[in-house]
Design a protein around this ligand. Structure first.
Ligand code: C5P
Length: 209
């Protein structure tokens, strides 16, 4: 039987990864978090002291392998920012394109990112665009990382996270190459009032249609 290609795009910190992992698990499909590719390129750029538009960064993207992105130090505010900067470079995106497409051959795939339904797999079987207000996303992210749920600085910290998420959304949506936007045929999933399992249920219904 034909294996599904499922494209998941959406804003930063919206729970795309959680949804993608759960779907991949449920449907026994491979999973690729494409944000990790841009994060890994950004990290290597920082480590090498390169500038964002240099040839060296393009070469890093061309030579990227799994060991570069399967590491646990790529989710920091600093890497959030450089990932978004390298992601605006057309040559970096071009260097990562084939690798992402090849990931889907034969076995199908669940892939999440910003341009999966628009650029990587315009013919995906199912396209999802996941949204939530910046405030809700910031609150969820804060709850994930806080060590003290009663922290007196809570409101201030959430505000700061919200600001960073909005800046990254704005950068991702306004860049010239592969800007963040829903594909015309994407199903919009608003998760403001849904928890992870409710989102999964809704999406499984869409896929079964
Ligand atoms: O999804 P994640 O937050 O890990 O992505 C980090 C950054 O990588 C995003 O802010 C975006 O700039 C970039 N990205 C992208 N295209 C993708 C996935 C991520 O431009 N398909």
């Amino acid at each position: 039987s034909k294996k599904l290609v499922i494209a998941i795009d959406g804003y930063s910190g919206v729970g795309k990864g959680t949804l993608a992992k759960a779907l991949a698990d449920k449907l026994s499909l491979p999973y690729l978090d494409t944000g990790l590719l841009y994060r890994a390129v950004g990290k290597k750029m920082l480590d090498a002291g390169l500038s964002v538009d240099s040839d060296g960064v393009v070469q890093i993207a061309e030579e990227l392998t799994e060991k570069d992105w399967l590491r646990d130090d790529l989710r920091t505010p600093k890497i959030d920012k450089v990932a978004s900067q390298v992601a605006a470079q057309p040559r970096v995106r071009a260097a990562l394109l084939d690798m992402q497409r090849h990931f889907a051959t034969q076995q199908g795939v669940v892939m999440d990112g910003r341009d999966i339904g628009t650029v990587i797999f315009p013919n995906a079987d199912v396209k999802l665009f996941v949204t939530a207000s910046a405030k809700v996303r910031a609150e969820r992210r804060w709850l994930q990382y806080t060590t003290n749920p009663n922290d007196p600085a809570k409101a201030e910290q959430i505000k700061q996270i919200e600001l960073e998420l909005m800046q990254r959304d704005e950068a991702d949506a306004s860049r010239a190459v592969a800007p963040l936007r829903p594909a015309e045929d994407a199903h919009i999933i608003d998760t403001d009032h849904l928890n992870a399992s409710e989102v999964l249920t809704q999406v499984l219904e869409i896929i079964q249609r």
